[in-house]
Design a protein around this ligand. Structure first.
Ligand code: DC
Length: 214
């Protein structure tokens, strides 16, 4: 079984995906975390987003995800980068790197491989449209921008970070993700859309579970 959870930035996709994985006792993959880890590697190695990335470079990038006790851990070449990939530098650059076809293909292979042997829930932007168009269940989460910025602000828990700058970053990321030529952020026709603006985490979870017939 494959469950795709796509949607806009900061709509709680990963929170829902983890809850589903736990409830159904299946695996979880965060596709955005792959793009973030690759971005971290390329920034560290001073490779800008305009450069073409060849197979020789990809062969040096080993990324793995481990889902344990409701937490997801991301490893880049053996280093635990779970927190590092959420930093500001990666967040403001990831969408530019995620536009690149060679990077997307690299991530697609990792995701498809993860689904070969086990049931899985995957969150992202193009999971139901491109990566797993035949997914058994597809969801698309969206919410009004101000509410998403407030949630992210609370999550970051740092008063020195202004809510306006978070709102700007989210908007820029959504614009880049929605307007790119390859695999843009958009709802699959057969996805169940959920406006999470005024719903609690548990309400969204109930709505998702009701659609999944086991
Ligand atoms: O889900 P996230 O915010 O961690 O994702 C980070 C970025 O990665 C997002 O702004 C665009 C890119 N991304 C993508 O292009 N396709 C996906 N399936 C998931 C993420």
């Amino acid at each position: 079984m494959i469950i795709a959870i796509d949607g806009e930035a900061s709509t709680g996709k990963s929170t829902q995906a983890k809850k589903i994985a736990k409830k159904l006792n299946i695996n979880y993959r965060d596709s955005g975390a792959y793009y973030r880890a690759i971005t971290l590697y390329l920034i560290k190695n001073q490779i800008n987003s305009k450069e073409t990335i060849g197979n020789d470079l990809f062969s040096k990038i080993d990324i793995s995800q481990k889902f344990e006790n409701e937490s997801l851990f991301i490893f880049l070449n053996g280093e635990n980068v779970t927190s590092k990939i959420r930093g500001h530098k990666v967040s403001v650059n990831v969408s530019e790197y995620a536009k690149k076809p060679e990077i997307r293909n690299f991530v697609y292979k990792l995701l498809r491989k993860s689904s070969e042997l086990t049931s899985i829930v995957v969150d992202g932007r193009d999971i139901g449209t491109v990566v797993f168009p035949d997914a058994d269940y597809k969801f698309f989460l969206y919410a009004i921008p101000e509410i998403r910025a407030k949630r992210r602000h609370k999550e970051i828990n740092d008063e020195s970070v202004k809510i306006e700058s978070i709102a700007r970053e989210i908007k820029e990321r959504d614009d880049t993700d929605s307007n790119r030529d390859i695999a843009p952020l958009k709802k699959a026709e057969d996805a169940h859309g959920i406006d999470v603006s005024y719903l609690t985490i548990d309400q969204v979870f109930e709505e998702i579970l009701q659609k999944i017939i086991i």
